[in-house]
Design a protein around this ligand. Sequence first.
Ligand SMILES: C[S@@+](CC[C@H](N)C(=O)[O-])C[C@H]1O[C@@H](n2cnc3c(N)ncnc32)[C@H](O)[C@@H]1O
Length: 213
Amino acid sequence: MDFIAESIAAYSEKHTQNESPVLRALNRETNAKILQPRMLSGHLQGRALSMFSKMVNPQYILEIGTYTGYSAICLAEGLQIEGELYTIDINEELSDMANGYFAQAGFEKEIKHIVGDALEIIPILKRNWDLVFIDADKENYSNYFDMVIDSVNKGGYIIADNVLWSGKVVEELKGGDKDTAALIEFNDKVHNDPRVENLLLPIRDGLMILRKV
Ligand SMILES: C[S@@+](CC[C@H](N)C(=O)[O-])C[C@H]1O[C@@H](n2cnc3c(N)ncnc32)[C@H](O)[C@@H]1O
């Protein structure tokens, strides 16, 4: 389901900063060669992530779900000098491609790409996060929130992607649809958690923006 009219989406992209040549190449290569290219954040959402990151100007960013590295590069654009972005993905096959683009984008040093299950990796990363981007398996969104919330700095942000799940969160829940059930649970849970302020932005597939109070 598209949440905004095609013409408005096109107009918005046209009046949004262009993708850098590296991001454009990564977007193209992902669409040409990689399975499920819809997973990549893309032009408009990528510029939104970059803009948010520049507003926060984080020292430490955690990303859960690297895929081919598009959103990691966008988020890294807002890092402080000597800041670091840790990005985790369980799929080893895409790591050479992602690392190649991190280097081309000039973030070879800043982006630490870790291959493994985020549920196992997050507890061993001893950092206090200024910005966390949750964009991996939907069933674990609530677990990821629980795992990171204590290590997010006061005034820091958590952004979760796909929280509208093509509109399925407002439709009748089909039996066995664990992803939609998990996203509904996540959205309700963070909406009622006094540790965060929340804003659900209907950009692309829905971005939940959480600010730790
Ligand atoms: C939607 S894609 C990420 C897209 C990327 N953030 C972007 O915008 O370009 C989700 C990624 O999460 C990864 N993933 C799924 N389960 C995971 C887990 N338990 N731990 C780490 N990564 C996981 C998948 O391999 C996939 O590459």
